[in-house]
Design a protein around this ligand. Structure first.
Ligand code: ATP
Ligand code: MG
Length: 569
């Protein structure tokens, strides 16, 4: 499992500093409770992974707990399908939400009763009122950055009238948009969020959990802080766009503390910068568009930055965690380059992926002096840094598959692979000397010919008598496993596909998926779904978890061996 890396001391950051201070002053005793609060309106993506690693990671390293809470107050967009996939993704990333044997899994919709009750309390305390202005009137009276807002003509309704109207809103007596409930704060605040924000609206919508019980739904800002307080969250970590909402968060909790509902200290909201990753998109709405318009093959398309897509692509939870550790948390919004993500993956995979040979663009190689019908066993380490993992065995025979690019009739300077008259080593096999190639009527090369040196086999004494510069991989034609291999690349060809409100679809990389018929080392036939390999000289690959059949795995390229993106080939 992935506990080792998590138990390593985590890099310090400003959030840990706040927690350390709190622990020093004893603000929360030594309690650390965080939460990850997704809205179940889509699949999680790599941006969420940052928040997950942070929230669960902080809780874990301080011996606390992180709640998984579904922030489900928008009935129209939410569903059980999303809830289930989110639960799955967080688990797969390596996190748990148990404490003392109890699951800390929550739904904001479970708080509807309480949220409603507290809203009545705010009304009774003169801190909320029913506004009956039209949406346009409300917008117009909000003011601007330079002008204060204008109080609604309904702002001074009596407490009794407010209570009556709010109850009738709940009872379904009004149309959507006829009334809203607003917190009574300050229409002249420089902060828009404090200009009497709406905290309840009427929606005749079916909720995936509460059905048709409710026709008034609480707003995000109102719900979130109260959910935190009800769950005794200590540190409520969110992204920077909520910085301006913090005064409202504090105002609501403070009012409810004044009313005797919550005790102090109250949960503290702390903002950090969201992850922006180049060559990717992290907006659920845009990801949805990619799926519904068929630009990708579903949410788990291996090119998607969704957790289900990354998983199917072959990314590891540990690689994703390593990436999140490396980027750290700050308060400054910035772009992280995709190569940093891919680098973390390579670092993780290099250590764990067994090696195998794969010919992705096959060209026949015929060893003319190799006896027909003969096969010789060859062997290679499963992992070059881990001899304890043993060796893998595969045969060599007269006809092999090699990479098309490993033969070049008119080699450029510095080309050490196959061309007539040149010698190379067949990796873990023999040294051969190229004698020429067969062509079809159009001049395309259809087979390369060579002779081998029977005393040059790798691992034998004779091998040392041959000094060659080229070393190429191969598989025996009669024994190879012919497999479908999907060569995935970045989904977008531009680093910031949606920058400046541009149409991100125009930046789609037309070559992000290429399917090839490859020949693999015979052992690859037995790969289980999600088994990962390094295909020597190519990169890291995984047996697709959806389309692989027993004995017939299909492979996805996770990432190439080196970062060659944007550089000339
Ligand atoms: P989107 O804008 O794509 O709909 P969201 O922020 O509305 O995303 P939520 O389900 O509300 O999605 O997010 C759950 C948590 O994940 C929030 O705390 C949010 O701040 C965090 N989060 C979302 N996107 C990112 C990101 N790119 N980087 C870091 N944290 C993120
Ligand atoms: Mg959100």
């Amino acid at each position: 499992m992935n506990t080792e890396r998590n138990d390593a001391p985590a890099a310090s950051n400003f959030i840990r500093n706040i927690i350390d201070d709190d622990n020093r002053t004893g603000k929360w005793g030594q309690r650390v409770e965080t939460r990850f609060p997704p809205e179940p309106n889509g699949y999680l993506h790599i941006g969420h992974a940052k928040s997950i690693c942070l929230n669960f990671g902080v809780a874990r390293s301080y011996g606390g707990v992180c709640h998984l809470r579904f922030d489900d107050t928008n009935p129209e967009k939410e569903s059980v399908e999303y809830v289930e996939s989110i639960i799955d993704s967080v688990r797969w990333l390596g996190f748990e939400w148990e404490k003392d044997g109890k699951e800390q899994l929550y739904f904001a919709s479970d708080y509807y009763e309480k949220l409603y009750e507290f809203a009545e309390l705010l009304i009774e305390r003169g801190k909320a009122y029913v506004d009956s202005q039209s949406a346009e009137e409300m917008r117009a009276s909000r003011g601007s950055a330079t002008e204060v807002g204008t109080p609604s003509r309904f702002r001074d309704r009596s407490m009794q009238e407010n209570l009556d109207l709010f109850r009738r809103m709940k009872a379904g007596e009004f149309q959507e948009g006829e009334h809203v409930l607003r917190a009574k704060i300050d229409m002249s605040s420089p902060n828009f969020n404090m200009r009497d924000p709406v905290i309840y609206r009427i929606r005749f919508a079916h909720h995936y959990r509460t059905g048709d019980t409710w026709c008034v739904y609480p707003m995000y800002d109102y719900t979130h802080c109260i959910s935190d307080a009800l769950e005794n969250i200590t540190h409520s970590l969110c992204t920077l766009e909520f910085e301006d909402h913090r005064p409202l968060y504090d105002w609501i909790l403070n009012e409810l503390a004044e009313a005797g509902i919550f005790t102090r200290p109250l949960p503290q909201q702390i903002e950090f910068s969201r992850l922006n990753l180049t060559y990717a998109i992290t907006s659920k709405r845009k990801l949805l568009q990619l799926v519904t318009e068929g630009h990708v093959d579903g949410w788990d398309d291996p090119r998607m930055p969704t957790i289900v897509g990354l998983r199917r692509r072959g990314f590891t939870p540990e690689g994703i965690q390593l990436f999140c550790e490396r980027i750290g948390v700050t308060k400054v919004d910035s772009w992280i380059d995709m190569s940093v993500f891919e680098g973390a993956l390579r670092d993780d995979l290099d250590e764990k992926a067994p090696r195998t040979a794969a010919v992705l663009d096959p060209l026949k190689l015929i060893i003319d002096n190799f006896p027909e019908g003969l096969t010789e066993p060859c062997s290679a380490p499963v992992h070059p840094h881990h001899p304890e993992q043993g060796v893998r065995e595969f045969p060599i025979s007269r006809e092999l598959w090699i990479e098309r690019e490993d033969y070049n009739e008119t080699p450029p300077k510095g080309y050490f692979r196959l061309f007539p008259g040149n010698k190379v080593r067949l990796r873990y096999g023999y040294v051969i000397e190229c004698t020429g190639a067969d062509k079809d009527e159009n001049g395309n090369i259809v087979a390369v010919h060579c002779n081998y040196f029977p005393d040059s086999k790798s691992g034998t004494e004779g091998a040392n008598n041959y000094k060659v510069k080229g070393n190429i991989h191969w598989v025996s034609a009669a024994d190879a496993y012919p497999a479908e291999v999907r060569i995935y690349d970045r989904l977008f060809k531009e680093p910031q596909p949606d920058a400046g409100g541009r149409d991100f679809l125009e930046a789609l990389n037309p070559d992000s998926k290429r399917v090839v018929n490859a020949y693999l080392e015979p052992g690859a036939r037995h790969a289980q779904p999600e088994q990962r390999y390094q295909f020597e000289r190519h990169g890291y690959f995984v047996a697709d978890r959806v389309d692989s059949k027993p004995g017939r795995p299909v492979f996805n390229r996770i990432v190439s061996l080196r970062d060659s993106w944007g550089k000339p080939a």
